[in-house]
Design a protein around this ligand. Structure first.
Ligand SMILES: N[C@@H](CCC(=O)N[C@@H](CS)C(=O)NCC(=O)O)C(=O)O
Length: 371
């Protein structure tokens, strides 16, 4: 086997990579992220506790360690044959990078909220079964107490609190409606082939919002096509099959999702960028960036159902935004005009000339200022 995927069924970001590796038809085995695996493999290789981790068994003794789903996917894309999940036409490509960011870093809000508000006991049992597979079920449940405390305690940092829950649920239901209508026309976001954006959305929509029982009931009721999409994107029947829509077409449903990005996530990214600017002005090049840069007030929700609330300032999302702005800056002529037109029509005209205050890099599996 060329790759080992270390992760767990209950994990949001593991599902993103698992669905991708299956569609890409690469040889991989999956290892459960038990407590022992965290100690013996994840911590020594990565330096902190996180999944998924992929080991590429190349010619080196230990193999190459990959963490962060985006880096894992890009590594595999660069080395494995077969069709790419990156569209190569400008609007589809830019839209797919934006929607990967929207899935990874924005839909994680409803994913965490619904899990810990409505599926807590199920998730705790699953956490215990992953970390301690050899214990009896009651012991597994008890052993997961600490991890559950950590993850359920992190929802506040995402902006989830009693005042914001209704707005978060309204925004999620609106998104489900948009995606469900789109899937009546197309199997994936950009036609017959899954894109990086499909996998970005798959993380929250599969492991949490479909697989957690109460959330799964809601998704099957409100958006049965989204539930079916999450099943077949996670477990594809036809690897490597399908094509993106011709003519760089962006379907109406994708435009509507991009509008949600522009209205909901984009203002928070801009505010995060301001906070990074203030923080980085006193830092040396190459400095590691803390995972949280304090708190700020943000608006969550959709349409009439919005609320202003406190949320942690999470700079990691800006690294994904940098991929978006880098791609746009690499375009010229008509290609650039066509993506700029798209950004204007989704309500993100100010993304056109947007620059992060500093360049970001990932180093030693952490976010850092560029050297
Ligand atoms: N951006 C990362 C996110 C990975 C992530 O948050 N994984 C979760 C499990 S699904 C985790 O292990 N979190 C530990 C932590 O955030 O401290 C990626 O794409 O790999």
């Amino acid at each position: 086997m060329t790759y080992t995927l270390i992760g767990a069924p209950v994990s949001l970001y593991t599902g993103k990579v698992r669905g991708y590796l299956r569609w890409k038809n690469v040889a991989f085995t999956e290892r459960l992220s038990t407590r022992e695996v965290y100690k013996a493999d994840i911590l020594p290789r990565v330096g902190w506790s996180v999944i998924p981790v992929v080991i590429h068994h190349d010619d080196s003794e230990l193999g190459e360690t990959l963490q962060d789903t985006t880096e894992i996917i890009d590594h595999v894309e660069a080395r494995e044959p077969g069709p790419s999940i990156y569209p190569d036409t400008p609007r589809q490509r830019l839209a797919s990078l934006i929607l990967e960011l929207f899935g990874d870093e924005w839909l994680v809000i409803p994913a965490m909220h619904y899990r810990w508000a409505y599926n807590r006991d199920f998730a705790q049992q699953e956490f215990g079964a992953s970390s301690h597979p050899h214990l009896a079920p009651e012991e597994q449940f008890a052993a997961a107490e600490k991890a559950v405390g950590f993850f359920s305690g992190s929802v506040g940092g995402l902006g989830v609190n009693p005042d914001s829950v209704a707005a978060i649920e309204a925004a999620y239901e609106d998104f489900l409606g948009v995606f469900d209508a789109h899937l009546a026309e197309q199997p994936f976001l950009f036609g017959g082939r899954p894109s990086i954006a499909d996998y970005g959305l798959l993380g929250p929509l599969y492991a949490h919002l479909l697989r957690d029982p109460k959330s799964g009931e809601l998704m099957r009721r409100l958006a049965p096509r989204v539930a079916a999409w999450a099943e077949y994107t996670h477990a594809p029947q036809h690897c490597l099959a399908g094509d993106f829509l011709e003519g760089d077409e962006i379907p109406v449903g994708v435009m509507e999702m991009l509008q949600r990005f522009a209205a909901q996530q984009w203002p928070v990214l801009k505010a995060t960028s301001e906070a990074l600017k203030a923080w980085s002005s006193e830092q040396a090049p190459g400095s590691e960036i803390p995972r949280i840069l304090g708190f700020h007030k943000v608006e969550l929700g959709h349409g009439g159902a919005t609320v202003t609330t406190d949320r942690a300032i999470i700079p990691y999302a800006l690294w994904m935004l940098q991929r978006v702005t880098d791609y746009r800056e690499g375009l010229a002529g008509e290609a650039r005009q066509s993506v700029d037109e798209m950004l204007r029509s989704i309500g993100a005209a100010d993304l056109i000339d947007f620059r992060l205050p500093v360049r970001l890099q990932r180093r030693n599996f952490k976010l850092a200022l560029a050297d």
